[in-house]
Design a protein around this ligand. Structure first.
Ligand code: PLP
Length: 283
């Protein structure tokens, strides 16, 4: 695989970052994951806008222009012959002697790589997944897409060991979001609920694209938080992320959702999303 590492495209075994990079020592950096389907970047403008926002919130300078970053992503796709999978981007504050306080004028470290992965027609997409409910272990700035992901690593590991496909996080009886996805439920009267953006959750790019599609297709959604009980008794449930697209959720903790199969509105949203991504032909 050819990767991008601090200014160069190199084979992955020749990519090196300093031991003193603050991403490595402090988790002082941010990332983005963009889906690639049929060789095409999906919702990449939204991902680049969020990348810039995450960096600005941490006062890390943008390491390159949008155009340069998109060229870099395209080069990685082409050189690796990627048709389906993801492009990962990461920028850290840069390299300095280890100290919580950082000197002025650091040069951010920008890296990127592709991962080939089946995104369409996966078993999770077709049959839905069970999610574990776990108290949200994260810090208070979840709106910044930082590389500090240890909370998610641990809850996903434990959920997998307990036989679940993924995790929804809870706080004070409410669902915050998925461990690496946006969480949604559908009410009995076909309203789609997902939490409003705030510092409590990551503003999902797939969420933004999907809410736009709801508007376009006249589906009713409400941006409000919902409780664990509302989730457990919902008519339908699903989650979204760049790499999992729209994935039905058919069990939440011990509660079977609907009849235990992906719901009709979830199916409709899956097809609207793929259609907008140019994957399904419009009929
Ligand atoms: N929420 C969290 C905590 C995430 O890690 C992710 C993606 O990784 C999302 C939501 C979904 O964001 P997006 O749709 O931009 O991939």
């Amino acid at each position: 695989r050819i990767v991008y590492c601090a200014g160069k495209f190199v084979p992955e075994d020749q990519a090196h970052v300093s031991l003193f990079d603050r991403g490595f020592l402090f988790g002082d950096g941010v990332y983005e994951v963009t889906a690639v389907i049929r060789g095409k970047l999906i919702d990449n403008d939204l991902h680049l806008a969020r990348f810039r926002r995450s960096l600005a919130e941490l006062a890390i300078p943008m390491p390159a222009t949008f155009e340069e970053i998109e060229n870099l992503q395209q080069t990685l796709i082409t050189r690796n012959g990627l048709t389906e999978g993801t492009v990962y981007l990461q920028a850290t504050r840069g390299e300095a002697d280890r100290d919580f306080l950082y000197p002025d004028g650091l040069k951010p470290t920008l890296v990127g790589f592709t991962q080939a992965k089946k995104l369409l027609g996966t078993r999770a997409q077709e049959e839905g997944i069970a999610v574990a409910l776990v108290p949200d272990p994260r810090w208070a700035r979840r709106d910044i897409k930082t590389v500090m992901l240890l909370g998610q690593v641990l809850v996903k590991r434990d959920a997998r060991a307990a036989g679940f496909g993924d995790v929804w996080l809870t706080q004070e009886g409410q669902i915050t979001e998925g461990a690496s996805s946006t969480a949604y439920i559908v009410t009995d009267d076909n309203r789609i609920l997902t939490r409003g953006n705030s510092r409590m959750i990551l503003p999902g790019c797939t969420r933004q694209a999907l809410l736009r599609l709801c508007d376009r297709h006249g589906l009713t959604f409400e941006e409000r938080s919902f409780t664990q009980t509302e989730a457990e008794t919902a008519a339908e449930a699903f989650q979204t992320s760049a790499s999992s697209l729209v994935t039905p959720v058919v069990r939440i903790g011990d509660a079977v959702i609907g009849d235990g199969k992906p719901g009709p509105l979830t199916r409709l949203l899956q097809s609207y999303y793929l259609e907008a991504a140019g994957v399904l032909e419009t009929t």
